[in-house]
Design a binder for this molecule. Sequence first.
Ligand code: ZN
Length: 410
Amino acid sequence: MTAPQTLQVNNRSYRWMRHPVVVICVDGCEPAYLDAAAQAGATPCLARMRAQGADLQADCVVPSFTNPNNLSIVTGVPPSVHGICGNYFYDRELDEEVMMNDPRYLRAGTVLAAFADAGAKVAVVTAKDKLRTLLGSRLQGICFSAEKADQATLQDNGIGNVLELVGLPLPSVYSADLSEFVFAAGVRLLQTQRPDLMYLSTTDYVQHKAAPGSAAANAFYAMMDRYLAQLQEMDATIVLTADHGMNAKHGADGQPQVIYLQDLLDGWYGAGRARVILPITDPYVAHHGALGSFATVYAADEQEAARWLARVRGLPGVDMVLTRAEAAHMFELPPERIGDLVVISDRHTVIGTSSARHDLSGLDAPLRSHGGLSEQRVPLICNRPVSGIAHGRRLRNFDALDLALNHAAS
Ligand SMILES: [Zn+2]
């Protein structure tokens, strides 16, 4: 098959690659992690990439959560187009909290699948399995998770015997090893299969526990750096970005700073009037207790919500309260998948539902989390110089593929 010059995907155009392209989403990579690791001399390859390539920052999608941002990066468009704006939404008609992990909630095709359809060899490796089916939606290629690497088969994942290929044991889902497995798999895939386009997505287990500059954080980035060096050696165009940043969400006493919004609304207006949904909630909550800086509120009667606005806005620790229409517009979200109000807490505060519904016993370190505007800045780094970026353009993390394919020097 002759490769086309460009592909149109979701109304953006992408040039065919001249080198293998590797886009890496480092989960929870607050820019301060990279700066601190660089200062400690832990990341020589990354230092070279930043000096010789493009050292940029970008805005992620709000809610600054994992799934909306990973899906934005692989589709090149915001949640208003692809539909995935969190892990959960509330379906009023069904009166059900619906999990959005299923590809049927995805409304846009991925750039990855489009390139594969046009003849490119494409590979996707994720840390957690929850992202695999969304990222691999309609993808003809390799797609597996580190979490279930032992179960990958040629038929279902486009590749079998992954543990043997990677040469590492199956990692625990709550470990730094889960992300290391993703990088190691990326290197081995590039060595053995040389995919034209690869997407690697890690997990923020380390970032939820360890602050920038801490020994554990620097060790994580030193590990990443060793794999970056190997990818770099194989002539790949590498773009590194993040799904969201990460901040300490606790007070000086080490206790989480939480606004229990469901408890407050129930107390003010009576039980059953408001339903608070935390779209960060997922099956793996031990490291953040399902506490993030973004919540959405559904009112029993939609008119009611507007009357709650001022009072919620006045709560200490609240950064912003928006109506559905305002939030959909400002953050490019699908209005039918968010509540009547969107509530965002500040840099060091998270939002919960009812205190009784959050099990914080799994928190073995002071809470660090994300979800708000304070976690919107993320790195956008390319190992090659980039050109043709309009002056003053607001870069997004979902410009990663645009940067790699359309702007990186070849
Ligand atoms: Zn994440």
